[in-house]
Design a protein around this ligand. Structure first.
Ligand code: UT7
Length: 330
Protein backbone atom coordinates (compact mmCIF):
# COMPACT_ATOMS: atom_id res chain seq x y z
CA UNK A 1 0.00 0.00 0.00
CA UNK A 2 1.21 3.53 -0.90
CA UNK A 3 2.43 4.89 2.45
CA UNK A 4 0.29 8.05 2.34
CA UNK A 5 -2.78 5.80 2.23
CA UNK A 6 -4.06 4.37 5.50
CA UNK A 7 -6.54 1.66 6.41
CA UNK A 8 -10.11 2.89 6.03
CA UNK A 9 -13.70 1.76 6.34
CA UNK A 10 -14.69 0.89 2.77
CA UNK A 11 -18.31 -0.07 3.40
CA UNK A 12 -20.78 -0.57 6.23
CA UNK A 13 -23.97 -2.55 6.79
CA UNK A 14 -26.38 -3.47 9.52
CA UNK A 15 -29.25 -5.80 10.19
CA UNK A 16 -31.81 -5.77 12.99
CA UNK A 17 -34.56 -8.33 13.56
CA UNK A 18 -38.08 -7.27 12.61
CA UNK A 19 -39.80 -7.83 15.94
CA UNK A 20 -40.00 -4.78 18.24
CA UNK A 21 -40.28 -4.93 22.01
CA UNK A 22 -41.69 -1.59 23.13
CA UNK A 23 -41.69 -0.04 26.58
CA UNK A 24 -45.46 -0.69 26.63
CA UNK A 25 -44.75 -4.41 26.07
CA UNK A 26 -42.28 -4.37 28.98
CA UNK A 27 -44.88 -2.75 31.25
CA UNK A 28 -46.81 -6.01 30.90
CA UNK A 29 -43.80 -8.15 31.86
CA UNK A 30 -42.14 -6.28 34.79
CA UNK A 31 -43.01 -3.47 37.19
CA UNK A 32 -41.83 -0.57 35.04
CA UNK A 33 -43.20 2.30 32.97
CA UNK A 34 -42.53 3.92 29.62
CA UNK A 35 -41.92 7.17 31.50
CA UNK A 36 -39.23 5.60 33.77
CA UNK A 37 -37.44 3.89 30.88
CA UNK A 38 -37.45 6.96 28.61
CA UNK A 39 -36.33 9.38 31.33
CA UNK A 40 -33.62 7.10 32.75
CA UNK A 41 -32.28 5.62 29.51
CA UNK A 42 -33.72 7.28 26.38
CA UNK A 43 -34.89 3.87 25.09
CA UNK A 44 -38.36 3.54 23.52
CA UNK A 45 -38.09 0.14 21.88
CA UNK A 46 -35.60 -2.56 21.02
CA UNK A 47 -35.49 -5.44 18.51
CA UNK A 48 -35.82 -9.12 19.37
CA UNK A 49 -34.47 -11.96 17.25
CA UNK A 50 -36.98 -14.53 15.99
CA UNK A 51 -36.73 -17.92 17.74
CA UNK A 52 -34.96 -19.44 14.73
CA UNK A 53 -32.46 -16.54 14.48
CA UNK A 54 -29.05 -16.74 16.16
CA UNK A 55 -26.14 -14.29 16.24
CA UNK A 56 -24.49 -15.71 13.08
CA UNK A 57 -27.69 -15.06 11.09
CA UNK A 58 -27.75 -11.40 12.08
CA UNK A 59 -23.99 -11.10 11.62
CA UNK A 60 -23.98 -12.64 8.15
CA UNK A 61 -26.75 -10.32 6.93
CA UNK A 62 -24.94 -7.23 8.27
CA UNK A 63 -21.71 -8.54 6.71
CA UNK A 64 -23.40 -9.11 3.34
CA UNK A 65 -24.66 -5.52 3.32
CA UNK A 66 -21.23 -4.13 4.26
CA UNK A 67 -19.56 -6.14 1.48
CA UNK A 68 -22.12 -4.85 -1.01
CA UNK A 69 -21.55 -1.25 0.10
CA UNK A 70 -17.78 -1.73 -0.22
CA UNK A 71 -18.07 -3.42 -3.62
CA UNK A 72 -15.99 -6.34 -2.33
CA UNK A 73 -16.84 -10.02 -2.85
CA UNK A 74 -16.81 -12.37 0.13
CA UNK A 75 -14.04 -14.48 -1.42
CA UNK A 76 -11.80 -11.39 -1.66
CA UNK A 77 -11.72 -11.11 2.14
CA UNK A 78 -8.55 -12.04 3.97
CA UNK A 79 -10.07 -12.22 7.47
CA UNK A 80 -13.43 -12.23 9.26
CA UNK A 81 -13.68 -11.04 12.88
CA UNK A 82 -16.95 -11.30 14.79
CA UNK A 83 -17.12 -9.37 18.06
CA UNK A 84 -19.81 -10.85 20.28
CA UNK A 85 -20.64 -11.95 23.81
CA UNK A 86 -23.57 -14.01 22.54
CA UNK A 87 -21.97 -16.44 20.08
CA UNK A 88 -24.23 -19.15 18.59
CA UNK A 89 -22.10 -21.65 20.56
CA UNK A 90 -18.82 -21.44 22.51
CA UNK A 91 -17.28 -23.30 19.62
CA UNK A 92 -17.17 -23.37 16.70
CA UNK A 93 -16.81 -19.63 16.56
CA UNK A 94 -19.63 -17.51 15.18
CA UNK A 95 -17.10 -16.08 12.70
CA UNK A 96 -16.66 -19.55 11.12
CA UNK A 97 -20.44 -19.88 10.78
CA UNK A 98 -20.56 -16.44 9.16
CA UNK A 99 -17.75 -17.41 6.77
CA UNK A 100 -19.88 -20.35 5.59
CA UNK A 101 -23.07 -18.25 5.29
CA UNK A 102 -21.20 -15.67 3.20
CA UNK A 103 -19.53 -18.32 0.99
CA UNK A 104 -16.23 -16.69 1.84
CA UNK A 105 -14.14 -19.76 0.97
CA UNK A 106 -11.49 -20.69 3.53
CA UNK A 107 -10.75 -17.20 4.76
CA UNK A 108 -9.53 -17.23 8.41
CA UNK A 109 -12.22 -16.31 10.92
CA UNK A 110 -12.40 -15.86 14.66
CA UNK A 111 -14.52 -14.34 17.42
CA UNK A 112 -13.34 -11.50 19.60
CA UNK A 113 -14.56 -11.12 23.18
CA UNK A 114 -14.37 -7.55 24.45
CA UNK A 115 -18.08 -7.04 25.17
CA UNK A 116 -19.39 -3.63 24.07
CA UNK A 117 -15.86 -2.58 23.02
CA UNK A 118 -15.50 -5.62 20.73
CA UNK A 119 -16.30 -4.00 17.40
CA UNK A 120 -13.76 -1.18 17.84
CA UNK A 121 -11.14 -3.61 19.21
CA UNK A 122 -11.68 -5.56 15.97
CA UNK A 123 -11.42 -2.45 13.83
CA UNK A 124 -8.09 -1.60 15.49
CA UNK A 125 -6.75 -5.09 14.86
CA UNK A 126 -7.86 -4.82 11.24
CA UNK A 127 -6.29 -1.37 10.86
CA UNK A 128 -2.91 -2.64 12.07
CA UNK A 129 -2.97 -5.69 9.80
CA UNK A 130 -3.89 -3.60 6.77
CA UNK A 131 -1.34 -0.88 7.48
CA UNK A 132 1.44 -3.48 7.67
CA UNK A 133 0.26 -4.87 4.35
CA UNK A 134 -0.27 -8.36 5.78
CA UNK A 135 -4.00 -8.43 4.93
CA UNK A 136 -6.08 -6.66 2.30
CA UNK A 137 -9.80 -6.69 3.15
CA UNK A 138 -11.06 -7.51 6.62
CA UNK A 139 -14.71 -7.86 7.58
CA UNK A 140 -15.33 -6.76 11.16
CA UNK A 141 -18.77 -7.49 12.56
CA UNK A 142 -20.36 -6.66 15.92
CA UNK A 143 -23.37 -8.91 16.48
CA UNK A 144 -25.48 -9.82 19.48
CA UNK A 145 -28.64 -11.63 20.49
CA UNK A 146 -28.58 -10.20 24.01
CA UNK A 147 -32.24 -10.97 24.63
CA UNK A 148 -31.23 -14.65 25.09
CA UNK A 149 -29.13 -13.71 28.14
CA UNK A 150 -31.54 -11.08 29.50
CA UNK A 151 -33.49 -11.79 32.67
CA UNK A 152 -37.07 -10.65 32.05
CA UNK A 153 -37.71 -10.88 35.79
CA UNK A 154 -35.08 -8.21 36.53
CA UNK A 155 -36.50 -4.78 35.73
CA UNK A 156 -33.14 -3.13 36.44
CA UNK A 157 -31.58 -4.75 33.36
CA UNK A 158 -34.23 -6.17 31.02
CA UNK A 159 -35.37 -2.78 29.76
CA UNK A 160 -31.89 -1.98 28.44
CA UNK A 161 -30.95 -4.61 25.89
CA UNK A 162 -31.81 -5.50 22.30
CA UNK A 163 -30.56 -7.59 19.35
CA UNK A 164 -28.81 -6.54 16.15
CA UNK A 165 -25.65 -6.59 14.06
CA UNK A 166 -23.44 -4.09 12.29
CA UNK A 167 -20.42 -4.58 10.07
CA UNK A 168 -17.62 -2.79 8.29
CA UNK A 169 -15.18 -3.79 5.57
CA UNK A 170 -11.74 -2.40 6.37
CA UNK A 171 -9.17 -2.12 3.62
CA UNK A 172 -6.59 0.19 2.08
CA UNK A 173 -8.00 3.74 1.92
CA UNK A 174 -8.44 5.39 -1.47
CA UNK A 175 -7.64 8.99 -0.47
CA UNK A 176 -4.38 9.99 1.26
CA UNK A 177 -4.84 10.68 4.95
CA UNK A 178 -8.48 9.57 4.99
CA UNK A 179 -9.27 6.51 7.09
CA UNK A 180 -8.61 5.26 10.58
CA UNK A 181 -6.09 7.67 12.02
CA UNK A 182 -5.56 6.58 15.60
CA UNK A 183 -6.99 4.45 18.39
CA UNK A 184 -6.59 3.97 22.12
CA UNK A 185 -7.72 0.73 23.78
CA UNK A 186 -7.89 0.02 27.50
CA UNK A 187 -9.07 -2.58 29.99
CA UNK A 188 -9.25 -3.10 33.76
CA UNK A 189 -9.96 -6.59 35.08
CA UNK A 190 -10.19 -5.26 38.63
CA UNK A 191 -13.71 -4.13 37.77
CA UNK A 192 -14.96 -7.34 36.20
CA UNK A 193 -17.88 -7.81 38.60
CA UNK A 194 -20.35 -4.98 37.94
CA UNK A 195 -21.16 -6.26 34.45
CA UNK A 196 -21.01 -10.01 33.96
CA UNK A 197 -22.65 -13.26 32.85
CA UNK A 198 -21.84 -15.48 35.86
CA UNK A 199 -22.57 -19.03 34.65
CA UNK A 200 -22.08 -21.22 31.61
CA UNK A 201 -18.28 -21.01 31.53
CA UNK A 202 -15.57 -23.05 33.30
CA UNK A 203 -16.07 -21.16 36.59
CA UNK A 204 -19.74 -22.08 36.98
CA UNK A 205 -20.73 -24.71 34.41
CA UNK A 206 -24.41 -25.12 33.65
CA UNK A 207 -26.30 -27.03 36.34
CA UNK A 208 -29.84 -27.13 37.64
CA UNK A 209 -28.68 -24.81 40.45
CA UNK A 210 -27.20 -22.19 38.12
CA UNK A 211 -30.36 -22.20 36.04
CA UNK A 212 -32.64 -21.92 39.08
CA UNK A 213 -30.52 -19.01 40.36
CA UNK A 214 -30.82 -17.12 37.01
CA UNK A 215 -27.03 -17.15 36.66
CA UNK A 216 -27.17 -17.57 32.88
CA UNK A 217 -28.42 -14.03 32.57
CA UNK A 218 -26.48 -10.75 32.56
CA UNK A 219 -26.00 -9.23 35.99
CA UNK A 220 -25.40 -5.52 36.09
CA UNK A 221 -24.75 -3.06 38.87
CA UNK A 222 -26.31 -0.18 36.95
CA UNK A 223 -25.18 2.76 39.09
CA UNK A 224 -21.57 1.56 39.32
CA UNK A 225 -21.36 0.87 35.57
CA UNK A 226 -22.91 4.26 34.82
CA UNK A 227 -20.22 6.17 36.70
CA UNK A 228 -17.34 4.07 35.35
CA UNK A 229 -18.67 4.50 31.82
CA UNK A 230 -18.78 8.29 31.95
CA UNK A 231 -15.29 8.47 33.50
CA UNK A 232 -13.61 6.16 30.99
CA UNK A 233 -15.40 7.48 27.91
CA UNK A 234 -14.39 11.05 28.73
CA UNK A 235 -10.80 10.08 29.57
CA UNK A 236 -10.14 7.97 26.48
CA UNK A 237 -11.64 10.56 24.12
CA UNK A 238 -9.62 13.36 25.75
CA UNK A 239 -6.39 11.35 25.50
CA UNK A 240 -7.01 10.38 21.88
CA UNK A 241 -7.79 13.92 20.77
CA UNK A 242 -4.99 15.49 22.82
CA UNK A 243 -2.34 13.31 21.21
CA UNK A 244 -3.73 14.21 17.77
CA UNK A 245 -3.96 17.89 18.74
CA UNK A 246 -7.66 18.12 17.89
CA UNK A 247 -10.15 20.15 19.93
CA UNK A 248 -13.18 17.99 20.93
CA UNK A 249 -15.42 20.76 19.51
CA UNK A 250 -13.83 20.28 16.06
CA UNK A 251 -15.04 16.68 15.68
CA UNK A 252 -17.89 16.46 13.16
CA UNK A 253 -19.51 13.37 14.65
CA UNK A 254 -19.12 11.26 17.78
CA UNK A 255 -20.59 7.78 17.71
CA UNK A 256 -20.60 6.47 21.27
CA UNK A 257 -21.70 3.00 22.31
CA UNK A 258 -25.44 3.35 22.83
CA UNK A 259 -25.84 2.24 26.45
CA UNK A 260 -27.83 5.07 28.02
CA UNK A 261 -28.73 8.51 26.65
CA UNK A 262 -27.85 10.07 30.01
CA UNK A 263 -24.36 8.55 29.89
CA UNK A 264 -23.86 10.06 26.42
CA UNK A 265 -25.15 13.45 27.62
CA UNK A 266 -22.98 13.44 30.74
CA UNK A 267 -19.88 12.55 28.72
CA UNK A 268 -20.69 15.22 26.10
CA UNK A 269 -21.10 17.80 28.82
CA UNK A 270 -17.71 16.96 30.37
CA UNK A 271 -16.01 17.05 26.97
CA UNK A 272 -17.51 20.48 26.31
CA UNK A 273 -19.26 19.33 23.11
CA UNK A 274 -22.92 19.59 22.10
CA UNK A 275 -25.36 16.72 21.59
CA UNK A 276 -25.67 17.87 17.94
CA UNK A 277 -22.20 16.35 17.50
CA UNK A 278 -23.31 13.03 18.99
CA UNK A 279 -25.11 10.36 16.95
CA UNK A 280 -27.92 8.80 18.97
CA UNK A 281 -30.28 5.98 17.96
CA UNK A 282 -30.70 4.29 21.34
CA UNK A 283 -34.44 5.08 21.29
CA UNK A 284 -34.91 2.47 18.52
CA UNK A 285 -32.58 -0.35 19.53
CA UNK A 286 -31.57 -0.03 23.18
CA UNK A 287 -28.12 -1.35 24.06
CA UNK A 288 -26.95 -3.94 21.51
CA UNK A 289 -23.41 -4.27 22.96
CA UNK A 290 -20.80 -4.92 20.21
CA UNK A 291 -23.40 -4.17 17.53
CA UNK A 292 -24.33 -0.69 18.67
CA UNK A 293 -21.51 1.34 17.11
CA UNK A 294 -21.52 -0.34 13.68
CA UNK A 295 -25.34 -0.11 13.51
CA UNK A 296 -25.18 3.61 14.31
CA UNK A 297 -22.28 4.17 11.89
CA UNK A 298 -24.10 2.44 9.05
CA UNK A 299 -27.28 4.43 9.72
CA UNK A 300 -25.33 7.69 9.76
CA UNK A 301 -23.54 6.78 6.51
CA UNK A 302 -26.74 5.72 4.74
CA UNK A 303 -28.76 8.74 5.87
CA UNK A 304 -26.06 11.07 4.54
CA UNK A 305 -24.96 12.53 7.87
CA UNK A 306 -21.39 11.32 7.44
CA UNK A 307 -19.67 13.74 5.06
CA UNK A 308 -16.49 13.34 3.08
CA UNK A 309 -13.52 14.65 5.07
CA UNK A 310 -15.44 14.66 8.34
CA UNK A 311 -13.44 13.90 11.49
CA UNK A 312 -15.21 11.31 13.65
CA UNK A 313 -14.68 9.69 17.02
CA UNK A 314 -16.12 6.25 17.75
CA UNK A 315 -16.01 5.36 21.45
CA UNK A 316 -17.06 2.29 23.40
CA UNK A 317 -17.09 1.06 26.98
CA UNK A 318 -18.13 -2.32 28.30
CA UNK A 319 -17.68 -5.38 30.46
CA UNK A 320 -14.16 -6.36 31.40
CA UNK A 321 -13.92 -3.49 31.96
CA UNK A 322 -12.91 -2.53 28.44
CA UNK A 323 -12.88 0.76 26.61
CA UNK A 324 -11.67 2.07 23.26
CA UNK A 325 -11.83 5.18 21.11
CA UNK A 326 -10.99 5.47 17.40
CA UNK A 327 -10.34 8.61 15.39
CA UNK A 328 -11.42 8.55 11.75
CA UNK A 329 -11.23 10.97 8.85
CA UNK A 330 -14.03 9.91 6.47
O1 UT7 B 1 -23.24 -1.66 28.11
C1 UT7 B 1 -23.12 -1.84 29.50
C2 UT7 B 1 -24.41 -2.34 30.12
N1 UT7 B 1 -25.20 -1.26 30.61
C3 UT7 B 1 -25.28 -0.97 31.91
O2 UT7 B 1 -24.65 -1.61 32.73
C4 UT7 B 1 -26.21 0.14 32.33
C5 UT7 B 1 -25.53 1.31 33.01
N2 UT7 B 1 -26.43 1.90 33.98
C6 UT7 B 1 -27.54 2.56 33.63
O3 UT7 B 1 -27.83 2.77 32.45
C7 UT7 B 1 -28.44 3.08 34.73
O4 UT7 B 1 -27.76 2.99 35.95
C8 UT7 B 1 -29.80 2.30 34.81
C9 UT7 B 1 -30.68 2.71 33.64
C10 UT7 B 1 -29.58 0.80 34.80
C11 UT7 B 1 -30.55 2.69 36.09
O5 UT7 B 1 -30.73 4.10 36.16
P1 UT7 B 1 -30.37 4.86 37.51
O6 UT7 B 1 -30.74 6.26 37.32
O7 UT7 B 1 -28.94 4.54 37.83
O8 UT7 B 1 -31.39 4.21 38.53
P2 UT7 B 1 -31.07 3.38 39.87
O9 UT7 B 1 -30.43 2.06 39.53
O10 UT7 B 1 -30.38 4.28 40.84
O11 UT7 B 1 -32.53 3.09 40.38
C12 UT7 B 1 -33.43 4.14 40.73
C13 UT7 B 1 -34.76 3.51 41.13
C14 UT7 B 1 -34.62 2.34 42.10
O12 UT7 B 1 -35.71 2.41 43.00
P3 UT7 B 1 -35.48 3.01 44.49
O13 UT7 B 1 -34.44 2.13 45.11
O14 UT7 B 1 -35.02 4.43 44.27
O15 UT7 B 1 -36.83 2.89 45.08
C15 UT7 B 1 -34.80 1.14 41.22
O16 UT7 B 1 -35.34 0.02 41.90
O17 UT7 B 1 -35.42 3.00 39.97
C16 UT7 B 1 -35.82 1.65 40.23
N3 UT7 B 1 -35.82 0.92 38.96
C17 UT7 B 1 -36.85 0.92 38.10
N4 UT7 B 1 -38.07 1.48 38.18
C18 UT7 B 1 -38.90 1.29 37.14
C19 UT7 B 1 -34.79 0.21 38.41
N5 UT7 B 1 -35.17 -0.28 37.21
C20 UT7 B 1 -36.44 0.15 37.01
C21 UT7 B 1 -37.36 -0.01 35.95
N6 UT7 B 1 -38.58 0.58 36.06
N7 UT7 B 1 -37.07 -0.70 34.84
Amino acid sequence: MDNTKIAAILGTGHYVPKKRLTNADLEKIVDTSDEWIVTRTGIKERRIAAPEEATSDLAAEAGRRALEAAGIKADELSLIIVATVTPDTSFPSTACLVQKKLNAGQVPAFDLAAACSGFLYGVELARQMINTGSQKYILVIGAEVLTRITDYEDRGSCVLFGDGAGAAVIGPGKVSGHGIIDCIMGADGNFSEPLALPAGGSRLPASHETIDAHLHYMKIQGRAVYKLAVTHIVEVVRDLLARNQIDPKAIGMYIPHQMNLRIMEAAADRLGITMEQVYVNIEKYGNTSAASIPIALDEAVRNGQVKNGMDMVLVAFGSGLTWVASLLRW
